[in-house]
Design a protein around this ligand. Structure first.
Ligand code: NDP
Length: 246
């Protein structure tokens, strides 16, 4: 096991990609703390993750609220002893063309996807610096690199996450903290299930590997960034997109 006795936090860990990440990190031996906004999916996830035999903490926390995030981090340290790994995964979409997008749609996506990453990263950085060890993995998107019509808020938020990743990596490298981002392509989750068959079929034509990715594909890459196998890699963005962007 790669992550025996490590403590990992996964935001938005109750379902989708976040849950798959929590499950794989637990399978690799890590104790797990997840936060999310939906109490029902949180308690279902907590029950399933506990079957791994690892310690599991599941708390209702909105990543946009810096005070709640700080209280969450304090609780993780109190109950699980330390924080080794932070996976900033919580994210939302509110898609429409810029000409129709209102301020609330812009603000909510930037707040969850970008400010949420800032809040959680800021809250873990001091304990990680003190212990001179940490792995921060941010779930961005290829849309943050290539843009996409109808997603100006989402693309800007994910582009911001990539810039944040590179900057924080440089700020904390001397303290043995690695900060990297993943840029998934189209992954089969609730976020993409809402797309019409027509949209999905046209997306498939753009993917050289000829299929949507799975949440496990992303979780496998997270395990790599959370492990010592990536210890000389920081400030990087790894695309997990079936070859869609090269
Ligand atoms: P899901 O919508 O399936 O899961 C996201 C999770 O985050 C949900 O549990 C959601 O709660 C939670 N969440 C939403 N807002 C907050 C908040 N303010 N605070 C805490 N938790 C919150 O999405 P995916 O699993 O598909 O996506 C996970 C990440 O991967 C996102 O950052 C997304 O942008 C990124 N990504 C996804 C791709 C895809 O194709 N699916 C492609 C590229 C990137 P609730 O259940 O209430 O919605």
């Amino acid at each position: 096991m790669e992550l025996e006795n490590k403590v990992a936090i996964i935001t938005g860990g109750a379902r989708g990609i976040g849950y798959a990440i929590a499950q794989k990190l637990a399978d690799e031996g890590a104790n797990i703390a997840i936060c999310d906004v939906n109490e029902q999916t949180l308690s279902e996830a907590e029950k399933e993750l506990s079957k791994t035999g690892r310690k599991v903490l599941a708390l209702k926390v909105d990543v946009t609220n810096s005070k709640s995030v700080q209280e969450f981090i304090d609780q993780v340290i109190e109950k699980l002893g330390k924080i080794d790994i932070l996976v900033n995964n919580a994210g939302i979409t509110k898609d429409t063309l810029i000409m129709r997008m209102d301020e609330a749609q812009w603000d909510s996506v930037i707040n969850v996807n970008l400010k949420g990453v800032f809040n959680c990263t800021k809250a873990v950085i001091k304990p990680m610096m003190k212990q001179r060890y940490g792995k921060i993995i941010n779930i961005a998107s290829i849309i943050g690199q290539i843009g996409n019509p109808g997603q100006v808020n989402y693309a800007a938020s994910k582009g911001g996450v990539i810039a944040l990743t590179k900057t924080v990596a440089k700020e904390v490298a001397s303290r043995n903290i690695n900060v990297n981002a993943l840029a998934p392509g189209f992954i089969q989750t609730a976020m993409t299930d809402v797309l019409s068959e027509d949209v999905k079929n046209s997306m498939l034509k753009l993917i050289p590997l000829g299929k949507l990715g799975t949440a496990d594909n992303i979780a496998d890459a997270v395990v790599f960034f959370a492990s010592e196998k990536s210890s000389y890699i920081t400030g990087q963005v790894l695309r997990v997109c079936g070859g869609m962007v090269t």
